[in-house]
Design a protein around this ligand. Structure first.
Ligand code: DQQ
Length: 482
């Protein structure tokens, strides 16, 4: 391997003058979701567990908070909660196949035990390799890059990027995110004996343009329970397909959305040492480009989420158990009855970095909601709503902020509760992030930017019939700055 990468480390104490103070006093900057020290971040890249640590890479623009030329930022953690910022792993090489950006990809450990990054260089979109011989501190790009220099001949493609690599027996496989013109998004399957020489096989899966988009970004493919799962990012959402995989053919049977909100994108998974399949996603901003640049940072990483396969082929999704480490003081409320006549304000639960765990008996036909980041008179509030008639969980940012430049909306998706099954909510507030996890099988994540200093309250609300909150526990979450 040649072309040793110069570590371009930009820790907090190396930020432009005044930026560290500006970020520290920013009311919207998340405190316990993973973030780079400053500037622009988008997709998670190559998450991997290696020699006792979880490594997380991410699309990074080190100069400012605009979506400029992409590098790979890098951080590592022993517990998925506390992260060490590491030197930038990949920077574009002038004159090289990644001169215009090191785009999304994955990490594997090669046959000699060396950590290996497989990523897309642009423009044109080609696939490249880099390895580390010093335990993932510095990375050397392969002198033969690109290892895949063009899309398969004879295929008219829309995009050719974001490789996902895995091994079966002695053979390496790779899918590349693409689309077949006039047909739809596609994951193109390759095989190799050495990670360097790749032979195109066939599309692993092809979608339908109208329904699942023209181009599939960031494909991720893995075994989960008794099925296989293909994640793709398209139409602004993170879609999944679950189905059977045999003879190198994937037959999708069930499809769904990872997260019902439009902030979560470009999901990528890794295997934890205990076998859990952990998902990361980019939480996009929902405010203007100008506001992001002025803030000096943009984008946050989702919490680490554990995926599971349910018997019907849909995915289960829950925040990783490790996250309880940041729970601080808490207030408990057993047996609250909420009536349609007035919202119930929880006077002792106040804050913008909270975790709320609630179990609620919602009567058939009724709606139950938790208002978060609510100002004293309700001028600003974001509403987590379960509608039992529609069997739907949603997050409404319609009144989240008095800032006229924002475009608020309600976003949600299906959550059918079985007869007698309580609504089980876990809500994470982290400044401008609100993440709702319901009954282990639905999630909605949004960004919100309240303007008022008093938008810190919580209230319970119902429509149609009263509801009993059999338990509600809210705790402050300690900050965990990176
Ligand atoms: N972002 C990357 C691409 C990918 C897109 C570039 C998805 O590789 O397709 O930053 O957000």
């Amino acid at each position: 391997m040649a072309d040793r990468q110069k570590p371009a480390h930009r820790p907090h104490d190396d930020l432009p003058e005044g930026l560290a103070e500006q970020l520290a006093s920013d009311r919207h900057r998340p405190q316990y979701h993973f973030l780079p020290p400053a500037n622009w971040m988008n997709d998670p890249n190559g998450p991997i567990y290696f020699e006792g640590r979880y490594h997380l890479f991410y699309q990074y623009h080190p100069d400012d908070a605009s979506a400029g030329t992409k590098h790979w930022g890098h951080a590592a953690s022993e517990d998925l909660v506390h992260w060490d910022d590491l030197p930038i792993a990949l920077s574009p090489t002038p004159g090289g196949p990644d001169a215009d950006g090191c785009y999304t990809g994955c990490a594997v450990v090669d046959d000699d035990g060396l950590p290996t990054l497989v990523y897309t260089g642009v423009r044109p979109e080609v696939q490249c390799l880099a390895q580390s011989t010093d335990g993932m501190v510095t990375w050397q790009k392969h002198p033969g890059n690109p290892v895949i220099g063009e899309p398969p001949p004879g295929l008219e493609v829309v995009g050719f990027r974001d490789p996902c690599v895995w091994k079966e027996g002695e053979t390496w496989f790779q899918i590349i995110g693409s689309g077949i013109k006039g047909v739809g998004g596609a994951a193109l399957l390759y095989r190799s004996a050495d990670l360097l020489h790749w032979e195109y096989m066939r599309p692993l899966c092809v979608g339908e343009e109208q329904r699942t988009g023209t181009m599939w970004e960031c494909p991720d493919f893995f075994e989960l329970g008794d099925r296989h799962v293909l994640l793709v990012s398209a139409l602004g959402k993170n879609l999944y397909f679950s189905g059977t995989y045999s003879d190198h053919e994937f037959r999708p049977e069930v499809e769904g959305l990872i997260d019902f909100g439009s902030s979560f994108y470009a999901g990528k998974t890794m295997l934890a040492p205990d076998g859990r399949r952990i998902l990361w996603g980019w939480l996009r901003e929902e405010r203007s480009r100008e506001a992001q640049i002025e803030a000096g940072w943009s984008g946050a990483m989702s919490l680490p989420l554990v995926l599971s396969m349910r018997t019907d082929g849909t995915l289960g999704i829950e925040p990783a158990a490790e996250l309880t480490a940041l729970r601080a003081e808490h207030a408990g409320h057993p047996d609250l009855v909420v009536s349609p006549t007035a919202d119930l304000v929880l006077e002792d639960v106040v804050g913008d970095c909270l975790e709320i765990v609630a179990e609620v008996a919602v009567r058939p036909g009724a709606e139950f909601g938790i208002k978060v980041r609510r100002s004293l008179e309700g001028e600003e509030e974001t509403v987590v709503l379960y509608d039992s008639r529609k069997g739907r969980i949603s997050l409404d940012t319609g009144s989240a902020s008095l800032d006229p430049d924002l475009s608020p909306s309600a976003q949600g998706g299906p959550l059918e509760l079985a007869e007698g099954e309580p609504l089980r909510l876990r809500i994470f507030l982290d400044r401008s992030i609100v993440g709702v996890f319901a009954n282990g099988r639905a999630c909605v994540t949004r960004r919100m930017y309240p303007t008022r200093a008093d938008s810190l309250g919580i209230a319970l609300t119902v429509r149609g019939a009263s509801a009993t909150v059999t338990s509600l526990d809210a705790c402050r979450r300690a900050s965990c700055p990176t």
